[in-house]
Design a protein around this ligand. Structure first.
Ligand code: ADP
Ligand code: MG
Length: 205
């Protein structure tokens, strides 16, 4: 399905994209949070990058768990635990042998990962969080329509924009109440860029 070299390419491409986004994410988080989201995300993905050559590729499952534990231990903040659980739970739900992997099975595992965010965050869609990008993308992957990588990427982008008009009900931004309206959610932006980078990198490998 995907070789370890290709996977390393996808991860390093994504890590660079997150790093380039650092200032923007800090600024978004400064507007409705405490301004650390860019630093948090960049630190996490740089550590993934640093350890990338130590990955002994056995299965996609192990790589997801590796990425999740690395992010969990390094990102900090709410997003660290949430992104960490997403990757760890997705990884644990993937088959241990890539030969058994199909798109349906991948989507099922991703759904378990999204469930882990909801459970840990006591959160769901329409609360102005990363879930407002991740859940619609999961739903798109589940449709019977013919979809391609650029559609997924565009959809993530348009969904992230919808968080601008939402009122935050979770995380620090929720302390602002109605004043959170009118700002793009930093976690929605980081999720969108992670998803778009993965899609883009997959077309380049
Ligand atoms: P912190 O708020 O601890 O400083 P970050 O700034 O790194 O953490 O991350 C903030 C982002 O995390 C928010 O923009 C939002 O998307 C996401 N988030 C916060 N709380 C939750 C939650 N309960 N469920 C889902 N996502 C959340
Ligand atoms: Mg923050």
């Amino acid at each position: 399905l995907i070789t370890s070299e290709q996977l390393k390419y996808v991860l390093s491409y994504t890590a660079s994209a997150v790093d380039e986004l650092k200032d923007e994410l800090n600024a978004l988080d400064r507007a409705i949070g405490d301004g650390d989201h860019g630093h948090n995300m960049s630190r996490g993905f740089q550590l993934v990058l640093k350890n990338i050559d130590n990955i002994k590729y056995q299965s996609l499952s192990e790589v997801f768990v590796f990425v999740g534990t690395t992010l969990m231990s390094s990102i900090g903040g709410a997003a660290g635990a949430l992104y960490g659980s997403l990757f760890i739970q997705t990884g644990k739900s993937l088959p241990s042998d890539d030969k058994e992997l199909t798109l349906d099975i991948f989507v099922g595992a991703f759904e378990q990962g999204v469930g882990a965010i909801k459970e840990l965050g006591h959160s769901d869609v329409n609360q102005k969080t990363m879930l407002d990008v991740i859940v619609p993308v999961l739903d798109l992957l589940r449709t019977d329509q013919k979809i391609n990588l650029s559609m997924i990427s565009d959809y993530a982008k348009s969904q992230s924009q919808l968080t601008v008009n939402m009122k935050a009900e979770k995380g620090r931004a929720s302390f602002l109440g109605d004043r959170s309206i009118g700002h793009l959610d930093p976690g929605a932006r980081s999720s969108q860029v992670i998803i778009s980078s993965i899609c883009k990198a997959l077309t380049l490998v």
